[in-house]
Design a binder for this molecule. Structure first.
Ligand SMILES: NC(=O)c1ccc[n+]([C@@H]2O[C@H](COP(=O)([O-])OP(=O)(O)OC[C@H]3O[C@@H](n4cnc5c(N)ncnc54)[C@H](O)[C@@H]3O)[C@@H](O)[C@H]2O)c1
Length: 246
């Protein structure tokens, strides 16, 4: 199951896991996810899609139950759905501008939804002795990023904390839980950034380019594989050498 799979990184992850041979469930608030399903079906994949608002925490248990009814089990959960709420001018919120609305929505999407989905699917993974959870965090949760609003940094940092909690509790049962922390990746989320922010990102990156969604998907694919069974509670930074910047 891949959340936020209608676009950007989530769509790349869904495609990649389908190519890896998984039956894939694509979940997104955006009904375009049904077109993504059709694209994968055309490629011969076993795939279904669910339109759901993961901010609505009351609905998550029934979304998960529906997936279990239809597919029997979930072996790999990728918590990717996310967003960085911006001001009406498309800017980050300065700390003194942060309101409880964006704060609560960010926690709901980046922490509560992943937690509830873990609660729904991890008992089955534990029982079968195999499972993978990959949480898509952010470079903003790894170091100070000036362009990030406090609610984004805090909720993505919480997701990394959730990763450790789940990893520890399920480590003995063949279930791993890791985070992937992307730096700037070329997706609709970042396409709306101002030219100034884009220039800043390029200048600070040793590789001199933004990343591609498929480069995040490759890391997720590895973490979801049998080969990654000894990696748990980790954060994989996919950020173009961002931490080596002067
Ligand atoms: N693009 C980057 O540079 C970058 C960097 C670091 C982290 N990330 C993270 O990667 C993930 C994917 O981002 P992206 O760049 O592909 O963005 P994107 O906007 O292209 O895709 C995010 C997807 O999540 C879905 N989504 C948003 N709110 C939802 C909700 N309430 N319920 C269900 N689905 C919802 C959107 O409809 C969209 O399809 C996010 O968690 C983001 O925070 C992205």
């Amino acid at each position: 199951m891949v959340t936020g799979a209608a676009s950007g990184v989530g769509w790349s992850i869904g495609r990649r896991l389908a190519d890896d041979g998984f039956a894939v469930v694509l979940v997104d608030i955006n009904p375009d996810v049904q077109d993504r399903e059709a694209e994968l079906v055309e490629r011969g994949a076993t795939v279904s899609s669910v339109v759901a608002d993961l901010i609505d925490r009351e609905s998550i248990p029934s979304v998960a139950a529906g997936i279990l009814r239809r597919h029997g089990q979930c072996d790999v959960l990728v918590n990717n759905a996310g967003t960085h709420f911006k001001t009406p001018e498309g800017q980050r919120f300065r700390f003194d501008e942060v309101g409880l609305r964006e704060w609560d929505l960010s926690i709901a999407l980046h922490m509560t939804a992943p937690m509830l989905l873990c609660q729904a699917f991890l008992p089955g993974m534990k029982e079968r002795g195999w499972g993978r959870v990959v949480n898509i965090a952010s470079r903003a949760a790894r170091t100070y990023i000036q362009q990030s609003s406090a609610f984004y940094t805090a909720s993505k940092s919480g997701l990394i904390g959730l990763t450790r909690a789940v990893a520890g509790e399920f480590a003995a049962y063949g279930v791993t839980c890791n985070s992937v922390a992307p730096g700037r990746i070329r997706t609709p989320l970042t396409d709306i950034s101002s030219a100034e922010v884009k220039r800043f990102s390029l200048n600070e990156l040793p590789v001199g380019r933004v990343g591609e969604p498929d480069e995040v998907a490759a890391a997720v694919s590895f973490l979801a594989s049998d080969q990654a069974g000894f990696i748990t509670g980790a954060v994989i930074d996919v950020n173009g050498g961002g931490f080596m910047a002067p």
